[in-house]
Write a protein that binds this ligand. Structure first.
Ligand code: ZN
Length: 83
């Protein structure tokens, strides 16, 4: 019978754990969870103050953060950065 009960993170045997356990410890569970998160990168934007004010006003009116507004525009098929 193959031993399928190893920690998904460090590979240690989980023979003493519950049958549905996938990690040996909370630390390994947290580490795996972090690795599953979508990786992100930071981007610096250079805007003029009037451009920033326009975006800020629009973001506020939609109750979004400015970066959420920009991402929404950029990823929407009908989006247009210049209204
Ligand atoms: Zn582990």
């Amino acid at each position: 019978m193959p031993n399928i009960h190893n920690c998904k993170q460090c590979g240690i045997s989980l023979t003493n754990k519950y049958g549905n356990a996938r990690h040996c410890s909370h630390a390994c569970r947290s580490k795996t969870w972090r690795q599953l998160q979508t990786p992100t990168i930071s981007v610096k934007l250079k805007l003029t103050i009037p451009q920033f004010d326009i975006l800020k006003t629009q973001a506020d009116s939609l109750n979004l953060l400015i970066n959420q507004l920009i991402i929404n525009r950029a990823t929407s098929a009908s989006g247009c950065v210049h209204p």
